[in-house]
Design a protein around this ligand. Sequence first.
Ligand code: NAP
Length: 247
Amino acid sequence: MMLENQTCVVTGASRGIGRGIAEELGRHGADVVVNYRSSEAAANDVADEIERAGGSAVPVQADVSEVQEVEAMADRVTDIYGRTDVLVNNAGITLDKKFENMTKEDWERVIDVNLGGVYNTTNAFFEDLKTADDGRLINISSVVGQQGNYGQANYATTKSGLFGFTRTLALELASTGSTANCVAPGFVETDMLEEVPERVQQKILDRIPLNRFATVDDVAGIVRFLAGPDSSYMTGQILAVNGGMEW
Ligand code: NAP
């Protein structure tokens, strides 16, 4: 129960990696805020699952790209749990197209969610992270932010952007004892990967030395480590969880 009495906010926790992270943090005693945009039933299910296992969780709707919704979420978390110790910026989308076919709208939507959302949530919870005893900011990037990827100029840009953001926030939080780190997963078995055509999935698999896609648990365990006391002297780092892919 290494996360007992810690409030952890996980954005985009109704499905995929976020769900895995929320459940893992809940299993280790955290009070978990299960943020979602539209999948209300799925988010309720995640919170129920955490509570069935003996933890505490609450689903909270907010589109992270909408500043007012994020601020309302932060107020609600304060009302329920009093403060936030750990923020996991996980919510993210793709809108894949070759650059020559990518419209300004395709570009802006991905930037608004994947980077604008990170600004909105970090800003809304920043005072809590500064004043927490050992606060934690954990950003979910991607191997695509390190390597680039065909058809993902918008997405790769947002995921690279998180490296500079994490490093800077690590410096700015350091005097408070709180840390900021980044996890860069490889290709993970979620709805996002389902959208990739099968022949492309096979090409990706051929580039992964461990010869399998990641499970959400492969990523969730690393996030639990970063959220817990064993990582207190690590900050500004990028942890690659990618089956050995080089970059
Ligand atoms: P996913 O299965 O598509 O789930 C996305 C989650 O984000 C859902 O819970 C969704 O909520 C939420 N979300 C989307 N837009 C949102 C918004 N505007 N506001 C709040 N929540 C929003 O995605 P995933 O594969 O788990 O990916 C999670 C994160 O890991 C992303 O940042 C992604 O870039 C990163 N990542 C994924 C992979 C991979 O291979 N899957 C690899 C590396 C990194 P709703 O259900 O309500 O829509």
